[in-house]
Design a protein around this ligand. Structure first.
Ligand code: PLP
Length: 395
């Protein structure tokens, strides 16, 4: 199909929930995507932080090839070894004692919310069901995860939301404290807010929220769907803060672009969950679990994490240099290779001009754009991106 035909067919046959640019990608290699005309795009979106290993990674392809003739799916009615191996790998590399697998970030968040309530009911009584979430947060599009998402525009027209959720200001401990009641079972936050505009939590905030949870006997849930799995230069973003949650959601890069989410939890929380309480048909199937084990091994590699740290620091310093000579950049913020640039006005024209010049970046909260390159990005790619961004911003 020609790009024009494809666009017309999409309009006719696919539900119109996305506004897409004009080009059509046909393949990718490393940190680049290519459109139907063969034009290269330096990809600083990475499938929204999913393609951590870039495109066409030979070892990832080999892993899929190796298992493609094996079992893909038998359901969770039966034992499979890859699922248990992946659970063990994640437990051995995190705060958690148990893992549960699902198929997306949204589902992982939904599961965290359900398990937190189950824990509340089991340990503190039927009234303990309320959740404190953060303004500007994003946790997904299902009713539970959307109800905990602090962006009212996303819920518009879909009300009523789940009862019992209140919103505190991110990085404002007093605002969290004010909202705690005897009904609070959990506080939920992203250690680095992604869709809200790339805002890292302060250390005081994360430590303070942990303390509030301990004092009030409620659970701390971290949504590390975007900031976890190496993106910030640590396997989990919360390792930067020396604060651990009781429950955590992972997804985006977990299975190298195959759909998968995970819930990680402590034994104390897991004790509230009994057989039959929660489930999924597809979650943690043998093929996707094999792939995820491969990806997790790669993303916890200290060499890769050090690389992310270095490239993140380089990217940020380049952007600060750019900011010094460009008044359109108001702020540069982020952690590792999760970087936001606050612009003085709506960034859509900048995003489009960058794409025309062969650089993909995407919008996030406010007037911010977001850079989420594959974690294998090299300084030359960053230089290329900065040259395009600098040219676009000075135009
Ligand atoms: C993407 C994202 C989600 C939702 O994940 P899906 O896989 O799209 O369902 C939830 N929380 C955060 C922080 C995310 O970035």
């Amino acid at each position: 199909m020609t790009p024009d035909k494809l666009k017309r067919a999409e309009k006719q046959y696919h539900l119109g929930t996305y506004t897409r640019p004009d080009f059509v990608f046909t393949h990718g290699a490393g940190v680049y995507l290519y459109d139907a005309e063969g034009k290269a795009y330096l990809d600083f979106v990475a499938g929204i932080a999913v393609n951590a290993l870039g495109y066409g990674d030979p070892r990832l392809s080999e892993c899929i090839r190796e298992h493609v003739d094996g079992l893909w799916h038998v359901s969770n009615l039966f034992y499979t070894e890859p699922q248990v191996r992946l659970a063990r790998l994640l437990v051995e590399n995190t705060f958690a004692h148990k893992a549960f697998f699902c198929n997306s970030g949204t589902e992982a968040m939904e599961g965290c919310l359900k398990i937190a309530r189950k824990w509340g009911h089991a340990n503190r009584g039927d009234q303990c069901h309320a959740v404190i979430a953060m303004e500007g947060s994003f946790h997904g599009r299902s009713y539970g995860s959307l109800s905990a998402t602090g962006q009212p525009a996303l819920a518009e027209g879909f009300e009523p939301m789940l009862p019992g959720v209140t919103f505190a200001r991110f990085n404002d401990l007093a605002s969290v404290r004010e909202r705690v009641t005897s009904q609070t079972c959990a506080i939920i936050l992203e250690p680095v807010q992604g869709e809200g505009g790339i805002f890292p939590a302060t250390e005081d905030f994360l430590k303070g929220v942990r303390e509030i949870c301990d004092i009030n006997n409620c659970l701390l849930i971290f949504d590390e769907i975007q900031c976890g799995l190496g993106r910030t230069g640590k396997f989990c973003a919360h390792e930067h803060y020396s604060v651990t949650p009781d429950l955590m959601a992972l997804a985006k890069p977990l299975a190298g672009g195959l759909p998968m989410g995970a819930i990680l939890l402590t034994d104390a929380v897991a004790a509230a969950v009994q057989p039959g309480n929660h489930g999924t048909t597809f979650g943690g199937g043998p093929l996707v679990s094999q792939v995820a084990s491969h990806v997790v091994q790669r993303l916890r590699d200290p060499e890769l994490l050090a690389h992310v740290d270095q490239q993140g620091a380089y990217l940020k310093s380049c952007l600060e240099t750019l900011q010094a000579r460009c008044s359109k950049i108001l702020e540069v913020r982020g952690m590792g290779l999760m970087v936001g640039i606050e612009l003085e006005s709506d960034p859509l024209a900048v995003i489009k001009a960058c794409a025309d010049q062969g650089l993909l970046i995407c919008k996030t909260g406010g007037n911010a754009v977001r850079l989420l390159p594959p974690l294998i990005v090299e300084p030359a790619h960053i230089d290329e991106a900065m040259a395009i961004l600098g040219k676009v911003l000075s135009a």
